[in-house]
Design a protein around this ligand. Structure first.
Ligand code: C2E
Ligand code: MG
Ligand code: MG
Ligand code: MG
Length: 284
């Protein structure tokens, strides 16, 4: 295998996971062990207000700190988590880390929010709502500091209870975002059907936005729609300054992407917040 240490993460180009996938019992065993032993850890990618350039919050992106294989990316294990019905367990572990992180930041004087990814399948589990409300009850964080994002493609699977759960979460004060917007086929009806606060435009539209007139027109249409529906827009996958400038000029409020910052460990994220705080104060 080749282990490549990038600025972000460690990528594995080997067959061991494929072999592991072939061996379902082994995979199931490893996943259960990982959940029991707390091997899933949240990384954090910052979100920015495009006009001021300030950090507006973070998205938690899960990594599997595998004892032998190293740091694994969601693409290597999320599907397996879902198919082994471990997603509520994963959600609950990531959510607990988020609540603890928000508490730490609060003590340091950083008032932030963190967004957690959830698959729509999890909403069918009646325990999902209890996990969220218990979390808020057990930690000194406000409901609006927790955002939940759900992908358009997982909504398309039409799991039961989704609308009810989203409405209950919203009533609790949690903010909701529709992730990977534009990649599904029923986008517009979802905006009407579910109580989202934010739309995240998928990175596939952003990557071609400066070169491709059609992509630009689509993004413009999404921005106009969001404004009419009183929703805010986050552009995903901003990789260069030109994309940022164009999105800002088009009226997009928030952005996220490698150009601003890659997903980082909790420790690196905290250092970044402290450094930004220091440099801001010395500029005043
Ligand atoms: P997502 O929620 O749409 O997250 C964005 C993905 O794009 C992340 O990949 C992020 O690292 C990557 N990304 C961010 N900025 C850029 C950029 O400028 N360019 C490019 N090319 N990519 C960028 P990641 O961390 O591998 O996560 C992949 C997907 O896994 C996520 O997509 C999300 O759907 C899922 N996921 C991550 N964490 C969780 C979790 O805790 N639970 C569940 N159910 N799903 C999760
Ligand atoms: Mg997401
Ligand atoms: Mg996304
Ligand atoms: Mg995605």
């Amino acid at each position: 295998y080749v282990k490549q240490q990038g600025g972000d993460d460690v990528f594995w180009y080997n067959n061991s996971l494929l072999e592991l996938n072939a061996d379902h019992l082994q995979l199931e065993y490893e996943l259960k062990k990982a959940t029991n032993e707390g091997q899933f850890i949240a990384y954090y990618q910052p979100k920015f207000a495009l006009d001021t350039g300030d950090i507006s919050g973070f998205e938690a992106l899960v990594r599997w700190q595998h004892p032998i294989r190293g740091l694994l990316q969601p693409i290597d294990f999320i599907d397996a988590i879902l198919s082994h019905k471990l997603s509520l367990e994963l959600f609950s572990q990531v959510a607990t880390q988020i609540a603890e992180q928000l508490t730490i930041w609060q003590k340091l004087g950083f008032d932030q929010h963190i967004c957690i990814n959830a698959d729509a399948a999890e909403f069918s589990n009646p325990e999902f709502f209890d996990v969220v409300s218990n979390l808020l009850a057990q930690h000194q964080i406000a409901a609006h500091q927790l955002h939940i994002e759900v992908t358009e493609s997982s909504l398309m699977k039409r799991h039961s209870n989704v609308k009810e759960q989203l409405n209950s979460l919203k009533a609790l004060g949690v903010c909701l975002a529709l992730d990977d917007f534009g990649t599904g086929y029923a986008s517009l009806s979802y905006l009407q059907e579910y109580p989202f606060d934010f739309i995240k435009i998928d990175k596939s539209f952003i990557s071609k936005i400066t070169a491709d007139k059609t992509q630009r027109a689509i993004v413009n249409a999404i921005l106009a729609l969001a404004e009419a529906l009183d929703m805010q827009v986050i552009a995903e996958g901003i990789e260069n300054e030109q994309q940022r400038d164009l999105l800002l000029a088009m009226g997009c409020q928030y952005g996220q992407g490698y150009w601003f910052g890659k997903p980082m460990s909790a420790e690196v994220t905290t250092n970044m917040l402290m450094q930004q705080h220091l440099s801001k104060n010395s500029n005043d």
